[in-house]
Design a protein around this ligand. Structure first.
Ligand code: SDX
Length: 428
């Protein structure tokens, strides 16, 4: 992969040749591993121009608005596949044949229940705790229940942990919601699809088990697909970094959940709905667009912009189309959708947003569908974490399946030079 070279000339030092590596698609990378011989490091806060690893799972072309999972465009997966099939693809690299799919779905269905004692774990949380706080705690606690699959060097243990996490996240997410509502937690139903089962555990009660709308089940499944993976984003990079120390998979996924929570990342879907609530009416849009442009105002247009996409996020396009379908099929006329569309239109006409290539991202429309399905705003990022678990665990698996090193970045130190301790009595 390295037939081109870069030459780095540092004043006072011999030139350094650095191999340039070429992937299947996307930009070349300059392999800077040889730089340590010069005693210098690269400096790239926020990893704006740093490739942290080699991967074969997901490819994004930010300029063209392309997203491929193992080579398959997200638009085709969203239309023709289902979430568990996409999970198989992300984990194993190929779409399953009929027998493989049946086996995979059966394995997932047989791991949907959690240890009965996990229920008591919830009692330590306040009922009004943010669902993501509970999610972080409970998923991290899974390593206290599943000691039989924590050897990260055993491929079989890694496989069992991956299945358990994918299977149990909907159950735990629904438990988190039920706990916040003071309602009894529902057991999973293996006769339902993955997405229908999640909606069953969220909205049914022991007193009443309503059939799950196929429209909502399909919309939920598509939302899971659209959130399944996204290359080396902040939370996936967190999972890889945690995994590189040899931490167990449940702890690594809990770390990913924590990183996802931030409003700049997975917390944006919740923040978009709150922003639309705050804007309230089309007449206020100009004021909020001005705030978003004001460098002295920390306000940003939530659901807009992306580190990689400098074009439409292809997921946002599918999400918007799903939004239209679900709302019309449900006969819902949500003024917030009109408001969001007007906000997108006005922002996209503004030179500030055009010059910076700021487009709606995956989070801009997702909240409106989730609200139509009946999911409360505080649960939006929990849904994102549920769906992204397969992406996190696929990257974790990919890293552990070949030689890796513990992630340990260096720094540019600008603190004090060495100095001697000053006793308390000698301090001013
Ligand atoms: C996700 O990485 C992933 O793949 C993440 C994700 C995934 O699937 O894992 O796609 C999911 O996290 C989507 C992003 C959700 N976050 C939001 O919607 C929050 C609002 N967006 C911004 O915070 C921002 O756009 C980021 C964090 C998403 C990206 O930030 P970057 O890459 O650091 O870009 P930047 O902040 O350097 O922006 C460049 C310029 C800046 O202005 P200047 O310094 O050039 O004058 O654009 C401005 C920014 O101030 N800008 C915005 C803006 N986003 C960027 N200005 C107003 N509103 C915004 N939303």
């Amino acid at each position: 992969m390295a037939d081109k070279k870069a030459q780095l000339i540092i004043e006072g030092a011999a030139p350094v040749e650095l191999p340039i590596l070429t992937g299947t698609m996307g930009p070349d990378v300059v392999d800077v591993r040889g730089l340590t011989a010069t005693g210098s490091y690269t400096f790239d806060p926020g990893f704006m121009s740093t490739a942290s690893c080699e991967s074969q799972i997901t490819f994004i072309d930010g300029d063209k608005g392309v997203l491929l999972h193992r080579g398959y465009p997200i638009e085709q997966l969203a239309e023709k596949s289902d979430y568990l099939e996409t999970c198989y693809l992300l984990l194993k690299g190929e779409l399953p044949n009929a027998a493989q799919k049946e086996q995979f779905v059966s394995t997932i269905k047989n791991h949907t229940m959690v240890h009965e004692q996990l229920k008591s774990f919830f009692n330590g949380f306040r009922r009004d705790a943010h669902p993501m706080a509970v999610m972080c705690g409970v998923v991290g606690a899974l390593s206290a229940f599943y000691h039989d699959s924590l050897d990260i060097n055993d491929p079989r243990h890694r496989e069992i942990s991956a299945m358990r996490l994918i299977a149990k996240m909907p159950t735990i997410a629904a438990m988190v919601y039920k706990y916040s509502m003071g309602q009894p937690m529902m057991y999973p139903r293996n006769d339902l699809t993955y997405a229908e089962n999640f909606l069953h555990m969220m909205f049914n009660t022991p007193c009443e088990t309503k059939p799950i709308s196929p429209i909502l089940g399909k919309a939920m499944d598509r939302i899971f697909i659209l959130h399944a993976d996204h290359e080396q984003n902040a939370s996936t990079s967190t999972v890889r970094l945690a995994g590189s120390s040899g931490a167990n998979p449940f702890a690594c996924i809990a770390a990913g959940i924590a990183a996802l929570w931030g409003p700049a990342h997975g917390g944006a879907n919740e923040a978009v709905l709150r922003m639309l609530d705050e804007i309230g009416d089309v007449s206020n849009i100009d004021k909020f667009v001005a705030k978003a442009k004001d460098k002295n105002d920390p306000f940003k247009l939530m659901g807009f912009g992306h580190r990689v996409y400098k074009n439409f996020d292809p997921r946002a396009k599918v999400m918007k189309q799903t939004c239209d379908e679900v709302l019309s099929e449900l006969g819902i006329n949500d003024p917030q959708l009109e408001l969001a569309m007007k906000l997108e239109e006005l922002a996209r006409q503004d030179p500030y947003f055009k010059e910076r290539n700021l487009y709606p991202n995956v989070d801009f429309y997702s909240g409106i569908i989730l609200k139509a399905i009946g999911i409360p705003t505080s649960m939006f990022t929990v849904i994102f974490a549920l769906a992204r678990t397969v992406g996190w665990i696929s990257h974790w698996q990919e890293m552990l399946s070949s030689p890796y090193k513990i992630g340990r970045p260096r720094q540019l130190y600008t603190g004090h030079q060495e100095r001697n301790f000053v006793g308390l009595s000698d301090r001013k």
